[in-house]
Design a protein around this ligand. Sequence first.
Ligand SMILES: [Zn+2]
Length: 277
Amino acid sequence: MTISVGLNRLQGISRASLFAGVGLLVLAACERSAEVSVEAPSDDAANHAVGAPPHWGYAGEAGPDNWGGLSEDYAACAIGSAQSPIDLTQPGLASDMALSVDYATGPLEIFNNGHTVQINFAPGSAMNNGEKDYALLQLHFHTPSEHTVDQVRFPLEAHFVHRADDGGLGVIGVLFEEGAHNDALNPVLATLPQEVSAPRKIDSVEFNPSSLLPQDLAAYRYSGSLTTPPCSEGVAWRVAANVQPVSRAQLSALRAVLGDNARPVQPLNHRTLTAPN
Ligand SMILES: [Zn+2]
């Protein structure tokens, strides 16, 4: 399906060979958005056989400035006009929508997809963003934050990715600032996969994702996109206005694995940013 087998594809292959046994997973991670990846790796291997989109990353030739040119499938990254993340500043409207979640506790399922560390969720965790109901699919992290507030970037951002019955995606973003130790991150840091890995369910570690959310879910609201290729638009974004703490040691541990995996902020263009309710 992919016509271009250019430099970036070759880079992907050479990177895969470097990783030897896990090479296929490195490629697999590049075959779809990290934002919505929930299937088993075997599906990725099957996709690879018929031609995978090129490797993408956060620096150099495969970095964010070039995502749109890496594949026709990534065109929205370059030509989209409603992209994420954005700078959260000067909201144009006051919010009239409440955000609520009903997340379940369950065994932690975590993996490193080569772009981020992701936690998958079984059915049963719900979110209502004031417009419709969504099911929680996965949660992952960016260091530093992708969204900024009045052009201030935070050291960490978590994205809670949800899907509605109609297929629409809704994401809650939570910003973290350096401060006190955050106990809610303990299960994640205790099981943090250092290398690219398949999803692993750890029955001995119970996790409820609501522990990472602020108590007050006042949130900025706007319509945006996935922040990773293919940068698909129509994503209902909520970014919590209340920032959570993370200690310096916790940040160091996360950064050591994630590196710099934040897409630069995108222009607001014609969109309306709504203030926290
Ligand atoms: Zn994300």
